[in-house]
Design a protein around this ligand. Structure first.
Ligand code: MET
Ligand SMILES: [Zn+2]
Length: 764
């Protein structure tokens, strides 16, 4: 029999139960016991669902209240010094690491978050040094294994692998210079051994160890690191299935296929081409090969015929018992279930599979390849054939106007009329002081705003009443900014439900779910739109709001759009045409919006591209084509304006690696970037590359409710001004303020304005 497996499951609950309960806990409105209780129900529901759908290997230990990497750090006692000895419970220490804490005399900032591989999921970066004393504070996979068992469900516990964990870590502030987290491997392994021994003793037959770092180009030492780590842990462990995902193994396959593990998982969604090589690499041994045939990253229904064919290839080489049909990766990146979607048409619904449905897919494909004669399986196979054929038919429709416009883009459309120096002179008419202060766009999305939107959705208020309400919000935001003395204003984005969804809804070519939430970080979930056909603009999108905001003030107003690369990367793209083509269609739609904003008298326009970096392919060899289409489509969207219109772009990350030249090539007049939590890295980037246009390195972290004192902001600026040109320096937070409350927003921005005043004196 061919078995089936799901590598990981969404942990937010089908009705966002986890968000609700942890946020209530943070607000002091519920107890830790209640959090545990809700978590237990969510886990149990998922396990039962997977069991009922016939999945052989059901994951446990992958659940999280905030982030699975943070769980790992907490369980392994990798707790940075600043969170120790605060007199907090285990749970509160965990949340303090996640989001900082400023209460009852405790004042600690949050840990740094980074994007998980090439996804929009953020993990909490572990901070290590030679004093890190790894020990097992608690055995999470074991606890969940037992929890499932008590519910009558046997699971395959999931554990983040030691090399990936260390590769994702950074040196703590206290670390000696030159410290590399991987140097702690020998100290970390005994804790893995203890954890795995306990799992084995508890009766776990298999354990899934995730090493997605294997799909990246890493140092030459990978082979010896993996060799020694797995030599050491495997003798005491349950049977290990080593999982690699989000890409292909490439040359790493050579040593992976020699590791002392019982099974190997490969991602055939992102790396379909590696099937043959992997089969032959493992065929002579006794490895079980787990085939990631059902995409964990897309919401399109799996084509059973194609998947079956691939699986049969493996079966004929290895035999049924050595093949597993699995999801390509964890299903963390897709919504929980299609069952709660009532607004998609039947035709649309038939195109998609979410996590529950993907679980059925792996089970069905495994049954087909096992030669099942079951009538239900035959029916499922037939139904799938029909759905796939219908979708292919639909894909034949295209919008000729859009296709023609893309085909006739000229090289000039990608470039501004004059070079930056000339534009800068022209932009003096904005009258900004030295060290201009601004924000990234959004102000708190308050309960009132969300309620008004909900009421509009339910028809409880009219469109007109809603617009009046939004205007009032804009007015409040403008008055607030004037009062505290910001220089370049924003309208505050109250009209947006989400920075991608809002635009998607006003463009042709997208469909939306009601409940398709996906975790972005912690309790922050997003509902990615789905691109299903050619994209075009239905009409002006933001012009009305920006124009209204500008009419209220004599200070310059910054228009605010989400960029083409980000809209695409934060949507589920279509699979039948390239992402490059989809992004060009988006860029042309946004270009019209940018030009309309300019005509409406908006002198500064920001086009946000926070997702540009995360879309970077994991393998360096694949970077160039991506960077080429990503940067050129951004330019296409912004370059239609006159010299005196100031273009801004925003990137909320600081990990530019080697892509900084691409950021420079976007030729935005001003960029803002995340810099508050990782100053050193960023400064090194600037030392290396320099930057010729204006830049606002975020001077405080908006992802935490903590209020940064003015001297702290000034100090950040001082550090950065050692490297950056004071004439080109903007002062701003590191991202939008939509998730914050007004109280901390006001206090923080007042300090920011004070810090800018300080700088004007200091650097006069
Ligand atoms: C994730 S980047 C967010 C940018 C957007 N303009 C905002 O302020 O919310
Ligand atoms: Zn941002």
């Amino acid at each position: 029999m061919v078995a089936s497996a799901v590598l990981g499951f969404p942990r937010i609950g089908a009705n966002r139960e986890i968000k609700k309960v942890v946020e209530a806990y943070w607000a002091g409105k519920t107890t830790a016991d209640e959090v545990t209780k809700v978590a237990a129900t969510v886990k149990k529901t998922s396990w039962s669902e997977l069991k009922q759908r016939g999945v052989t290997y059901i994951p446990s230990g992958d659940f999280s209240l905030y982030d699975h990497v943070l769980d790992h750090s907490a369980a392994f006692n990798a707790i940075p010094k600043r969170y120790q000895g605060l007199g907090l419970s285990q749970l509160d220490t965990y949340f303090a690491m996640a989001r900082g804490r400023q209460a009852d005399g405790v004042d600690v900032p949050a840990s740094e978050m980074k994007k998980w591989f090439d996804s929009n999921y953020h993990f909490v970066v572990p901070e290590l040094d030679n004093n890190t004393a790894f020990k097992l504070n608690y055995n999470k996979p074991l606890e969940e294994f037992k929890e499932a068992k008590a519910a009558g469900i046997t699971t395959r516990p999931v554990l983040l692998g030691p090399i990936t964990y260390l590769a994702l870590s950074k040196a703590s502030k206290e670390a000696e210079s030159g410290f590399e987290p991987i140097s702690l491997l020998s100290k970390l392994l005994p804790v893995y051994k203890q954890l795995l021994t306990e799992l084995k003793e508890a009766g776990a037959e298999w354990v899934q160890i995730d090493e997605p770092i294997l799909v990246m180009d890493k140092g030459a030492d990978f082979e010896s690191q993996f060799g020694s780590a797995y030599d050491e842990i495997s003798p005491v462990a349950p049977k290990i299935v080593l999982t690699t995902y989000y890409g292909r193994l490439d040359s790493n396959l050579k040593f992976v296929a020699k590791l002392p593990v019982a099974g190997i998982h490969i991602d055939l969604d992102r790396g379909a081409e590696q099937l043959d090589a992997t089969i032959s690499a493992v065929s002579s041994g006794s490895y079980v090969l787990s085939l990631g045939l059902v995409s964990g990253r897309s919401i399109w229904k799996t084509d059973f015929a194609a998947a079956t064919k691939a699986a049969e290839k493996a079966v004929s080489a290895l035999g049924q018992d050595r093949v597993i049909v699995a999801t390509s990766s964890t299903l963390l990146h897709i919504p929980v279930t299609l069952a709660s979607e009532n607004k998609l048409t039947a035709e649309q619904k038939d195109w998609f599979s979410f996590a529950y449905e993907k679980a059925s897919e792996v089970a069905t494909i495994a049954a087909v390849v096992s030669g099942s004669q079951d009538a239900q399986i035959a029916a499922a196979l037939e139904a799938n054939r029909t759905s796939i054929a219908k979708r292919r038919d639909f894909e034949k429709n295209s919008d000729d106007t859009v296709r023609k416009r893309v085909a006739s883009i000229t090289p000039e459309q990608y470039e501004r009329k004059s070079p930056f120096a000339v534009r800068r002179e022209a932009q003096k008419k904005l009258n900004l002081p030295k060290f201009p202060t601004t924000t990234i766009g959004s102000f708190p999305q308050t309960k009132e705003i969300r309620q008004a939107r909900a009421k509009l959705g339910k028809g409880e208020i009219s469109e007109e009443e809603y617009e009046k309400f939004i205007e009032k919000e804009i007015e409040n935001a403008v008055r607030f900014q004037e009062r505290i003395g910001l220089d370049l204003l924003v309208h505050g984005e109250p009209e947006r439900n989400d920075m991608v969804q809002y635009f998607g809804e006003r463009l042709e070519g997208f469909v939306f779910t009601q409940n398709g939430w996906v975790q972005s970080y912690g309790s922050r979930y997003v509902r990615p739109p789905i691109v299903v056909s050619d994209v075009s603009r239905k009409g002006p999108i933001t012009v009305r709001w920006s124009k209204y905001a500008q009419s209220l003030t004599s200070k310059p107003m910054k228009g605010m759009l989400t960029g083409p690369v980000t809209i695409l990367n934060w949507s589920f793209p279509r699979a039948d045409i390239s992402r490059a083509l989809q992004s060009q269609q988006l860029a042309l739609a946004l270009r019209d919006e940018v030009v309309d904003l300019e005509s409406a008298g908006i002198a500064a326009i920001q086009v946000d591209e926070p997702a540009l970096r995360e879309g970077l392919p994991l393998r360096r060899a694949d970077w160039d084509p991506y960077l080429k289409w990503a940067t050129s489509t951004f330019k296409l969207s912004t370059a239609g304006v006159r010299d005196e219109t100031q273009t801004h772009s925003h990137f909320c990350y600081s990990d530019f690696d080697d892509i900084f030249p691409s950021i420079q090539s976007l030729d935005a007049d001003v960029i803002s970037i995340e810099a508050s939590k990782s100053d050193m890295k960023l400064l090194n980037t600037f030392k290396r590359y320099g930057y010729s246009n204006q830049i606002g390195p975020g001077v405080y972290d908006v992802h935490s409710p903590r209020v940064p004192p003015q001297p702290e902001i000034s100090q950040k600026m001082k550090d950065m001004l050692e490297i950056l040109d004071q004439q080109l320096f903007f002062v701003n937070p590191d991202c939008g303020l939509k998730t914050r409350g007004w109280k901390e927003t006001e206090a923080s921005l007042i300090n920011l304005v004070e810090a800018a005043k300080w700088a004007r004196q200091q650097y006069a």
